[in-house]
Design a protein around this ligand. Structure first.
Ligand code: FMN
Length: 420
């Protein structure tokens, strides 16, 4: 019997091999406590790709890219999740064209030189058994804005009088586009309405970015259809007042996002997720009860949209809300968006649905899955506070889940087999 500290095979450096993968459950033969796994730790297979558990890192802009290229910040930040037990990591909103970035330091995938730094991150995640994807995005009328910590210093000692990144701030305020020429607010750039020719160029850009994702080796792509960015702007009657084939009826408003999905699905055969905002949170009803006119975006149209996405081969809906109406009003609280995920799940029971938004407690997350409100959970701020959340959640829920070899001594109580 040899006692070799084995490395991950097939990579160009020594990295200790984890068995099982980090974030995966030990077998119930060695760990009787895993006979009945919590839902959070049951693997999920989506289009043939196995995610070791159902805890996903929600996409989070880092405003830390170098002309759209991932930097060492991304390697460390995302690498930290790959070594701490998340079932899947969705990298931040990544623009398919430079003018589709939210801020000048946003991530991009519009040119081949952006492939290598992302490939390094993906290779590292895979060496630790963690699945990783990217959120392809276009910020639409909310592009060319200044990074949050520049706008308002964290200690709130200064606040810029604007959101727009002007030319002197590294922005492109004259090249901001949306479905219509309606700005998000007075403090945001004045958008121009996209022409049909420009829409064609964008469809190509999404497809080319998806091709680059293949070369990088991502396990899934998520399309950013939420938070008032371009795809959401097209579906909402508040931001889309076009009179051509891309505006007016629900069918027309859905056309652009569905074409994006079609083009990406055409070149990408791995899992495809779409994040949607299920509501605009504007005043008044979604639909005028007397005329039937859709007044704002909401859950009823979202159900129809998700049905169309499903027909085009979308594998998971990541259900968020808001971001398209500057005066939006909603009550924040634990799981505040989960009722939308639940409504979509009820309407489309066979389609995996992700819940997101103020999910912080293991028992809370577990209850959403157990009650059939969602199939996976996406966590953002709680994972910023505590990247070790997946392993700590395992401990709280009584499951034996693999931490990184190097961190095992901090989690002895999680990995010891229960006495029978
Ligand atoms: C720093 C930060 C950056 C974010 N960037 C993105 C993004 O790139 N794409 C996106 O869809 N949502 C983004 N979000 C929203 C989160 O993914 C998530 O939906 C939201 O924070 C609610 O989840 P939470 O309560 O777990 O934080 C961001 C949130 C934070 C805190």
């Amino acid at each position: 019997m040899s006692y070799i500290n084995r490395g991950v095979p097939g990579i160009d450096q020594y990295l200790p091999l984890n068995e099982p993968d980090i974030g995966a459950a030990y077998s119930k033969e060695t760990h009787p406590q895993n006979a009945e796994l919590p839902e959070l730790f049951k693997p999920i297979i989506i289009r043939g790709v196995k995610f070791n558990n159902r805890i996903f890192v929600s996409p989070m802009c880092q405003y830390s890219s170098d002309d759209g290229h991932a930097t060492d910040w991304h390697f460390v930040h995302i690498g930290g999740y790959a070594t701490r037990g998340a079932g899947g990591i969705c990298m931040e909103a990544t623009a398919v064209v430079p003018e589709g970035r939210i801020s000048p330091q946003d991530a991009g995938l519009w040119t081949d030189s952006q492939i290598a730094p992302l490939k390094r991150i993906v290779t590292f995640a895979h060496a630790h058994g963690t699945k990783i994807g990217v959120q392809l995005a276009h910020a639409g009328r909310k592009a060319s804005t200044i990074a949050p910590w520049v706008r308002t210093t964290t200690a709130r000692t200064t606040t810029a009088p604007k959101y727009t990144a002007d030319k002197e701030d590294g922005g492109w305020p004259d090249e901001v586009y949306g479905p219509s020429d309606i700005p998000f607010s007075e403090q945001f750039p004045q958008p121009k309405a996209l022409t049909e020719e420009q829409i064609e160029v964008l469809l190509d850009a999404f497809a080319k970015a998806a091709e680059r994702c293949k070369e990088i080796g991502f396990d899934f792509i998520e399309l950013h259809g939420a938070h008032g960015y371009l795809l959401h702007e097209f579906v909402s009657p508040l931001s889309n007042v076009r009179t051509d084939q891309y505006g007016g009826s629900l069918e027309n408003r859905l056309r652009f996002p569905l074409q994006v999905v079609e083009r990406v699905r055409g070149v990408w055969d791995k899992p495809l997720f779409v994040r949607i905002s299920a509501a605009d949170w504007a005043e008044g009803p979604e639909q005028d009860p007397s005329t039937g006119e859709w007044k704002q975006w909401g859950i009823e149209q979202s159900k129809v949209y998700v049905g169309e996405l499903k027909k085009l081969g979308v594998d998971l809906i990541d259900c968020s809300s808001g971001g398209n109406w500057v005066q939006q009003k909603f009550t924040l609280g634990p799981g505040y968006q989960v009722p939308y995920a639940e409504a979509l799940k009820k309407a489309h029971p066979d389609l995996p649905i992700g819940a997101v938004g103020m999910i912080t407690e293991p028992e809370q997350a577990e209850s959403y899955l157990r009650e059939g409100k969602a199939d996976v959970v996406f966590l953002a701020r709680e994972l910023l506070r505590n990247p070790h959340w997946p392993i700590i959640a395992a401990e709280k829920l009584g499951a034996a889940i693999k931490p990184a070899n190097q961190y095992e001594r901090a989690f002895i109580q999680v990995i010891l087999p229960a006495r029978q």
